[in-house]
Design a protein around this ligand. Structure first.
Ligand code: NIG
Length: 391
């Protein structure tokens, strides 16, 4: 098998504390030896290989793992964003605007749009991501969305319970029945996860539980959107049902934090670009981390509340506005994302892991925060293949 060596790495973030210094497992003056799609070894700079990528003293990090995206949609909501910046509050009812456009789009259009967004995310250093459906909200449009997502990732989430569509206005229980029956059957072959938006104005605790139970019975893992717009039952429900992740968590009581800390590995996934783009309060990440909660940071790329594929931007917000350290934020966007997807093959650069690496055009990962808005992704290696090289 031919070996690719990323050589002359000034600072290598392995993400494995036992492999180097500190929580990030830092190794200096290193070479990353890759065989096939897997990390084979970490050696001193100057290691031999068939193919060589010279990092020239730069910092190399694990590819970002984006555990929360909604990449499959049509349409644009820039006017809604502009109105919000002028003072109008965020309303999840905007989901219906995207639903109308997504229903009108053909599968080929959705494929082209989703692929372009996936390529944009890769250019931003995201080497693995989760993709949700949730803008179709009828059986065929949800099936189409899941099928398109499954061409781009093996972490597809069925989110039929994203909002009650207009034709079910005032009949949310009937819609939940559709989601748990025919729609789940159609989406199940393409999905690994099921998700529900458990929030006032979307689905209440009982409806959310029904959706999660149906998904579990169909063999899907569980995820929850919760506590985004106010306090509510989402976090507690996610922990109680053993969900892999509860996402948003902008409003958490002491009981919510205690439940997450004492639960069976439900990760709190923070989506700071959402709070930025909706002018909502940021989650109290410090309180959660200090209590021992496992956390992730993700982009939540979607047309309504967070239209970005920049994980670097999310990391900068997590540090600047959520009081996470640069180390905590980087870990949350790599290993944390992997943990939120219950995987250990991505999010770290250790022997045996998938060879997903980003060469930053910077001497240290702190530059992700120190140089906000500057594109620092110099090269991307995904599953052992150099897919982007701009050094
Ligand atoms: O995660 N919270 C629900 N869903 C998306 C936003 C959807 C939209 O506004 O289109 C989110 O923020």
């Amino acid at each position: 098998m031919t070996a690719l060596v990323i050589d002359n790495i000034g600072l290598l973030v392995t993400g494995e504390p036992e492999l180097g210094e500190g929580t990030l497992g830092l190794v200096r003056d290193a070479a990353l030896v890759i065989e096939g799609d897997t990390v084979a070894a970490i050696e001193r700079a100057g290691a031999a290989g068939d193919e060589r990528l010279d990092a020239a003293g730069r910092c190399v990090i694990p590819g970002f793992v984006d555990s929360h995206t909604h990449l499959v949609f049509a349409g644009d909501r820039a006017d809604e964003f502009a109105a919000r910046m002028a003072g109008r509050p965020y309303a999840a009812s905007g989901i219906r605007v995207t639903t109308a456009a997504t229903r009108d789009a053909t599968e080929d259009e959705l494929r082209r749009l989703a692929r372009a967004r996936r390529a944009e995310a890769l250019g931003a250093g995201i080497t693995h991501l989760e993709i949700k459906s949730g803008y179709g909200l009828d059986t065929e449009a949800e099936r189409r969305s899941c099928a398109v997502a499954a061409e781009l990732t093996d972490d597809v989430t069925f989110l039929g319970a994203h909002a009650v569509p207009p034709e079910y206005e005032g009949r949310p229980d009937d819609y939940v029945e559709l989601v748990c029956g025919e729609m789940l059957d159609a989406c199940r072959p393409h999905a690994r996860w099921i998700d529900v938006f458990c929030e006032e104005g979307a689905f209440d605790a009982d409806q959310s539980r029904r959706v999660l139970e149906a998904g579990r019975a169909a063999g899907l893992g569980l995820r929850v959107h919760g506590n985004q717009l106010g306090f509510g039952p989402g976090v507690q429900l996610a922990v109680e049902m053993g969900a892999a992740s509860v996402d948003h968590c902008a409003y958490m009581t002491d009981e919510d934090i205690a439940a997450l800390a004492g639960g069976d590995d439900t990760v709190a996934t923070f989506l700071p670009a959402t709070d930025f783009s909706t002018r909502q309060p940021y989650p109290d990440a410090r309180r959660a981390i200090d209590a021992g909660v496992g956390v992730a940071v993700a982009t939540n790329c979607n047309p309504g509340s967070s239209y970005t594929t920049s994980m670097a931007f999310c990391i900068a917000l997590a540090v600047r506005d959520m009081n996470m350290t640069p180390e905590e934020a980087l870990l949350a966007a790599t290993r944390g994302g992997a943990r939120a997807l219950r995987r250990d093959d991505v999010g770290r650069l250790a022997p045996g892991a998938r060879a997903d690496a980003v060469v930053l055009d910077a001497p240290s990962y702190t530059h992700l925060v120190y140089r906000p808005g500057v594109p620092l992704v110099g090269a991307v290696v995904m599953a052992g293949v150099v897919v982007l090289l701009e050094l």
